[in-house]
Design a binder for this molecule. Structure first.
Ligand code: G
Ligand code: G
Ligand code: MN
Ligand code: NA
Length: 254
């Protein structure tokens, strides 16, 4: 309960903050996206990472309100960058399972897009594959509604859940995010290389974009390029950084 009250106050006192991690095309290095990742700047305690508080937000239901804050904050930041003439790329926002399945979620998204004058094609929502295993017919419905708004859907942490591959054909999605657990040793272990290659190949066949997560080394990037992976993010190019530093990156590229 103490944690819950702390998080409620964090929302009221605007202690949450978004960091942004660049996403790049593997072939050209073009900046194609920024993943928004929440942080809690807790007075006297420094930066608290989402793995610590997202589970509490989920358990208490506060994730609906915080998730809405994240969406609005990301769209507002995109608007600020547009107004500065920085030609910002698409922003990817993580959506938790509970938030995704909440009644009226696509209505919330639609309202925020309008309110922030966000070009819907500039927003991507990341859903983990585990969420989609619950009530598939209902999930497909929600995904359709969201895509009708004009935004993109990415399947986060792909390969780590229990969904069958046939889901890929049934779900209206745009992007597969190849989980970092496979990428981290794709240049060293034959098994991981095979899994990455198979996911990339399957995704390409189905007409999906593939983005590799957690790329830390040039050798990983070289492997992914050879296999035909479209895009990547990871410490090799940049960790998630605060908005101000991301503005500098956009300025340097403008
Ligand atoms: O940055 P990192 O430690 O930055 O993020 C850890 C995890 O927290 C990621 O797997 C991500 O899915 C989750 N996460 C980060 N930001 C958000 C957010 O705004 N909403 C939700 N639901 N999850 C997030
Ligand atoms: O939503 P998702 O689970 O993809 O969240 C991304 C997480 O991965 C964040 O915690 C982010 O800080 C982390 N991350 C991003 N790039 C790298 C990387 O190159 N290496 C590692 N170990 N973690 C990364
Ligand atoms: Mn993510
Ligand atoms: Na991920």
């Amino acid at each position: 309960l103490e944690q819950e009250n702390g998080l409620r106050e964090a929302l009221e006192n605007e202690e949450f903050e978004l960091f942004y991690q660049p996403q790049l095309l593997i072939d050209t290095g073009e900046l194609i996206g920024l993943e928004a990742l929440i942080r809690w700047r807790r007075p006297g305690q420094g930066l608290v990472m989402p793995s610590v508080f997202i589970p509490v937000l989920e358990e208490t239901g506060l994730i609906d309100a915080v998730g809405e804050w994240v969406l609005r904050a990301a769209c507002r930041q995109h608007a600020a960058w547009r107004e500065q003439g920085l030609n910002p790329p698409r922003i990817a926002v993580n959506v938790s399972g509970r938030q995704f399945l909440q009644a009226g979620f696509s209505g919330v998204v639609s309202r925020i897009l309008e309110e922030q004058r966000m070009p819907s094609a500039s927003l991507q929502l990341e859903i983990t594959e585990t969420v989609l295993t619950r009530d598939t017919v209902h999930c497909i419905d929600i995904l359709r509604n969201l895509r009708e708004l004009g935004l993109e859907i990415a399947l986060d942490d792909f390969g780590t859940g229990y969904s069958s591959l046939s889901y890929l054909k049934r779900f209206p999605i745009d992007v597969i995010k190849l989980d970092r657990s496979f990428v981290s040793e794709c240049h060293l272990k034959e098994e991981d290389a095979a899994i990455c290659a198979a996911i990339i190949s399957l995704g390409r066949t189905l007409g999906l974009k593939i983005l590799a997560e957690g790329v830390e080394e040039q050798a990983q990037l070289d492997f992914l390029r050879r296999e035909g992976c479209l895009a990547y993010q990871g410490f090799l190019f940049s960790p998630p950084r605060p908005a101000r530093e991301t503005t500098e990156l956009l300025n340097a590229r403008a």
